[in-house]
Design a protein around this ligand. Sequence first.
Ligand SMILES: Nc1ncnc2c1ncn2[C@@H]1O[C@H](COP(=O)(O)OP(=O)(O)OP(=O)(O)O)[C@@H](O)[C@H]1O
Length: 250
Amino acid sequence: MSVISVRELNLYYGKQQALHHIHLDVEPHSITALIGPSGCGKSTFLRTLNRMNDYVPHTRITGTVKVFGEDIYGPNVDVERLRKNIGMVFQQPNPFPKSIYDNIAYGPRLHGITDRVTLDEIVENSLRAAALWDEVKDVLKKPAYGLSGGQQQRLCIARALAVQPQILLMDEPTSALDPISTAKIEELLLTLKGTYTIVIVTHNMQQAARISDKTAFFLNGELVEYDATPVIFQHPNDKRTEDYITGRFG
Ligand SMILES: Nc1ncnc2c1ncn2[C@@H]1O[C@H](COP(=O)(O)OP(=O)(O)OP(=O)(O)O)[C@@H](O)[C@H]1O
């Protein structure tokens, strides 16, 4: 079964249509890369998957987005539960102005976990899963702002993992990072896909080619082509995909 199943999705910002007839399925334990030129609708599409677009006024959606078979725009959807199950990581690392420990414990506390031993365990497991534990285990009480950009981004990934989501959405998570931190995050994502399903927006086509199983190429709010990553990068079926990946536009 698909983890995410999108059918005939249209999204409008006021009168402007930003997504047109999107049809896409995401398989479990895979990395799906969303690529395309600036303004083509990648972030807009990503936000439809956990209803982050609810926060944008005058947004209207038609079509369906199913997550584990549930229509997430249906009438009785618990949006808080949905977002707990679908973690999100953004372009700029955005730790809270709190200690490393409290950043990770924040979500679990919000969901009612107060027991110290349980919280300690969640903090350690999340930091280990985000490949950050060894670097921070002796400074858990120090402010998260003291970490490097790359460490902060792994902290944000650990924070997302702490509430045990099944899906991770990432909006250009490495574009503010240096090549070494980027490589670490890419390696981490390849490990995480064993447990989670990942959808990532990236402007870095080498990154999409290196880490993703499937790639979706967007242009002007349309999903032009969606296929196995080697097909998209080596034998695309659409001339527009080929022009984009060979650098002829965008
Ligand atoms: N909050 C908003 N209100 C109105 N229009 C918006 C809003 N957010 C995005 N748009 C418009 O929707 C279209 C798609 O934008 P979106 O940010 O999804 O593209 P993108 O492919 O993620 O771009 P980038 O790679 O530059 O982040 C653009 O025309 C943009 O101007």
